[in-house]
Write a protein that binds this ligand. Sequence first.
Ligand code: ZN
Length: 674
Amino acid sequence: MSTLTMANPSLNNLEAAENKFNYRVDKFADIEILRYQVTDFEKLSLSQKLLVYYLSEAALEGRDILYDQNHKNNLSIRRTMETIYLSYKEDKNTTDFKNFTTYLKQIWMGNGIHHHYSEDKFTPHFTPLFLSNAINQLSAKQLAAVTLPNETKENFIKRISKIIFDATLYPKRTNQQDGVDLIQTSANNYYGDGISQTEVEQFYAAMKNPAETKPISYGLNSKLVKENGKLVEKTYRIGGMYSAAITRIVGWLNKALAYTENDKQKQVINKLISYYQTGDLHTFDQYAIQWVGDLASQVDFVNGFTESYGDPLGMKASWESIVNFKNIEATKRTEIISSNAQWFENNSPIDAQFKKEKVKGVSAKVITAAILAGDCYPSTPIGVNLPNANWIRAEYGSKSVTIENITEAYDQAALGNGFAEEFMWSDTERERAKQFASQTNNLHTDLHECLGHGSGKLLEGVDPDALKAYGSTIEEARADLFGLYYMADSKIIELGLLPSIEAYKAEYYQFIMNGLMTQLTRVKSGKNIEEAHMRNRQLIAAWVYEKGKPENVIEFKVRNGENFIVVNNYEKLRSLFGNLLAEIQRIKSTGDWEGAKNLVETYAIQVDTKLHQEVLQRYEKLNLAPYKGFVNPVYSLQKDSQGNVTDVKVDYTETYVQQHLRYSKNYSVLPNYN
Ligand code: ZN
C-alpha cells in the first residue's frame, strides 16, 4: 500500500499575507530549497520541547542508512565529494568547481547519485580531469577514509569516475519498467549482487502462507543477499546491518523516554526500541498497533523502515523519520471528516460489494513538522497515512496526517511566481485559485489520506499484492479520486469544509491542468512518466479527458500557438471521476492485474512529445525549479548557570550547505560499504 502524498508541483496564488519569514534558501539544477516554519513550537511545554528535541536527534541519525539503501556506493561518493569540497585549495571560481558544488548539492537532495524524483542517475558537468586532480590533492588519511581497503589511488579514481560519469552504469535507482529483471536493473541496495527477480519472488513466496490472516511485512527490514550460493536476509537491527546508526537512534530514543506525555507513548517508544534491537517483524507489528492507538499525545513521530516505493517489488522499506506535533486548530477540520467516515463510505460511487460495512478508526490530524529526515528529507511528503500493513489498518485503523506547515511553505514560496499567468486559461480560473486553491488543496489531501486510502475492501481471498508493479499507481489514483469526487458534494458545504459550492472547481481545474500538462515540467525531454503519483495523476486526467470528449467536458484550447486546458462542464467532470473511482475500486477489490495493467499502460505512462516540449519551453521562461526540498530548523538546548535545561531554541539561519556538512560530521557513523 502506498501512503505518501507528494505535493502538486504547482501554483497557489494565495493572498500575499505579509510574512517576513524567509522561505527561500538555495537554488541549483532543477531544485529549489525552502525553509519551513515550526509555528507554535514556543507554545509547547518544556517537556514536550525536549521530547521533540530527542526524537529529532534520533531522526537525524538515520540519514546514512538511506544513502546506503539507495545505492551501495553512495556513502563513499558523498564522503569523497564532501572531503574535496572542504579541503579544495585551488580557485573556487572556475566553472568546474561551480559544477562540482552543484553536483554535491544534487547528491544531498537525492540522498545519493540518483535524482530523488525521476530516480535517474544524474551526471555531473565537471570534467573527469577535475575530479582526478581533486582526488590527487587529498592526503593519505583523507583517501583512506573513502577508498575500499587496500585500494590504490589510481584504482579508486578509475572506479569512482566510472560510477559517476558512465551514464550506462546504474542508470536507474528503482526500475519499474515491466519486461526486464526489475532487481538486476535497479541500482538500489535492497538486494545483493547476482540475484534475479525470480529468485527473490521464489524466496518470499516460500516464506508466505496465503492462508495467513495477519501476515508480517515479509522482507521489510532486510537486505537479501547470496552467501555460499544460498539466499539469506541481512536484517537491519542492532548487531545486524546498519547496527552503528541504529544503536545511535536507540540511544536518543532512550533519552526521549524521560519526556513522554503519557504511558501509552512511553510504550510505543519502548516497543520501537525492542524492534530495533531484535529486528523482529512481529514486534514491528505490535509497535505499529500501539503507535496507531496513541491518539492523545500532541507530539508524535515516524521513525523506521517505512515505505517500500524504493523496492521494485514493494517489500523492502527505506528508512525515514518525521517528528511533529498536532496543530490543534486545523485538526478540527479533519475530525469533522473522520467522524463522518461511514457516511462517505456508504455514499461512495463504488459497487456495494466493495464497500466496508464498518469503517474503523479513521483518525486524522493536521500536524506541524519539527524535523524531516531519511526518506522525508530534503524532499518531503505533505501527508502521511500509516501503518501500511493491510490487516492492521483493517483491524486498528490508521493514522492520517496532513503537514500544514510544509504546504504553507510551498504556498508562500510560490506567491507571484508567474505560473498561473502562464498556464491558466483565464482570470476566472486564476481568481478561483486565488480564492480557494489553498483550502481545496488542503481538503483534497485530507480526503485522500483520511478517507481515500482507508475506504473500500478487498474481496475475500484477494492477494493485497495482486496488482504488483501497478499497485502503487492504482492505489494513489483510488485515494485521489475519492477526494476529487467528494470535493464537489453538497455534504462538504453542509459540514462547513468549504465556503462555497464553487470552490471545488479550483481543485478540479488545477488537477486536470496538472495531470494533462504542467506536471510534465518534472519529466525530462524524451522520457515517459515513471513515478507512481505522477502516473496516477495523468491516468485520472487522461481518462476523464477521453471519456468526456463526446460531450466536450474538457478541451485543449490554443491561444497564440500555446495550449491551455479549459473545463467546460464541471458537473459532468465530477461524474466521470465517480465512474473511474468505481472501476479502479473494482480492479483493487478483485485483484484484477490485467485491468490495472490496461489502465496504467493506456493512460498513465506515455507522454505527448509535442505538448511536453511546449510545456518545458514555457516553464523554462519562468525560471522556476520544478522540485522543492527543505532545510530543517536547528534546535539547541538552553541551560542556566547550574546546567539545567531551561528551554529549547529554534534557529532558522542555517544554509543548505552548512546543514548537510553538519549532518555529515555529526550524524555519520556507518562504514562506506555495509
Ligand atoms: Zn496516497
